[in-house]
Ligand binder design. Structure first.
Ligand SMILES: NC(=O)c1ccc[n+]([C@@H]2O[C@H](COP(=O)([O-])OP(=O)(O)OC[C@H]3O[C@@H](n4cnc5c(N)ncnc54)[C@H](OP(=O)(O)O)[C@@H]3O)[C@@H](O)[C@H]2O)c1
Length: 273
């Protein structure tokens, strides 16, 4: 029973396997696609802009371990528009490129703002791409993956650390000052570093993949009822959770200070107008 509990199949290699990356034409997704190609995988990248997909496809082809054998494809698809489209597109893709061994969900947008300044449309857009789009892609492939008893699904999400990607630059434009200042308390991480860690952790069958100290603190604090890979990991999380909760209080107090300072500055500026 205990053995079964700890049994977590180790994904040995993606060589000659089909790896699909949504959002593979930019940022973290593009870096993951290049790493998968270096590891000998057949790679498909999914995004909407065909021109960008075409350019990145060539970059991925250059990264292939064995250009004569490996295949690289792209699929222009709006993953959040409609489930039937996504299901058909991925089923057709599997017919030409083979069963999907690893699905990495990197497509996403971040439109920031204080809740009172955001529009219902922008939230609707984020829900459609980030949430429904990811759900549609997973739903479309998970049954076949389960039937073959192998595979991995990776979902990317935000953590306290932030990345210098094109997506991050767009995000910065809509961030309120408070959010921008709080983000700046984290270390800047290159997308290549995140992609490399993400890929290694996915191959190792890890439940969480994070980068940097903030990532470690967050994943440890959130580990609660999440699956664990080894006894040492379980004990590390259990012993650090209480202490890290105290550490998180210092982060929260410093964030609160930033918010209060911004409020005071705004009030001062209003009075002087
Ligand atoms: N960068 C950060 O600071 C940060 C932090 C935490 C989490 N994340 C999350 O990590 C993921 C990757 O971030 P990133 O900064 O590397 O992204 P990015 O550079 O902005 O790239 C986003 C990718 O998603 C594709 N995409 C967007 N909407 C799509 C749609 N409806 N259907 C299909 N593809 C779509 C884009 O291509 P097209 O526009 O051509 O479709 C592009 O390839 C995102 O989910 C992001 O929210 C990012």
């Amino acid at each position: 029973m205990i053995k079964q509990f700890f049994w977590n199949p180790r994904l040995k290699s993606v060589k000659n396997k089909h790896v699909v990356i949504t959002g593979g034409s930019s940022g973290i997704g593009k870096c993951v696609a290049i790493i998968a190609a270096r590891h000998g995988a057949n790679v498909t990248i999914i995004a909407r802009d065909v021109q960008r997909l075409e350019t990145v496809k060539n970059e991925i082809l250059h990264a292939c371990e064995n250009k004569d054998v490996q295949r690289v494809e792209y699929l222009s698809l709006d993953i959040g528009a409609n489930y039937e489209n996504v299901e058909k597109a991925l089923a057709d893709l599997e017919k030409t490129m083979g069963p999907i061994y690893m699905l990495v969900n990197c497509a996403g947008v971040a439109i920031c703002g204080k809740i009172e300044d955001t529009t219902v449309d922008s939230l609707d857009k984020m829900i459609h791409i980030n949430l429904l789009g990811t759900y549609y892609c997973i739903k479309a492939v998970v049954q076949r993956m389960k039937a073959s008893r192998e595979g991995a699904i990776v979902v990317t999400s935000s953590q306290a650390a932030f990345l210098d990607t094109p997506g991050f630059a767009v995000e910065e434009l809509s961030k309120p000052l408070e959010t921008r200042l709080i983000s700046q308390t984290s270390t800047l991480v290159r997308p290549e570093v995140v992609a490399d860690k993400l890929f290694k952790d996915a191959l190792a069958g890890k439940f969480f993949s994070s980068v940097g100290l903030e990532g470690f603190i967050l994943t440890t604090l959130c580990s609660g009822m999440s699956p664990f890979k080894s006894i040492s990991e379980l004990f590390l999380q259990a012993s650090l959770m209480g202490l890290l909760r105290i550490v998180s209080a210092f982060y929260l107090i410093s964030f609160e200070k930033i918010i209060l300072n911004c409020m005071r500055t705004r009030d001062k500026n209003k009075k002087s107008e």
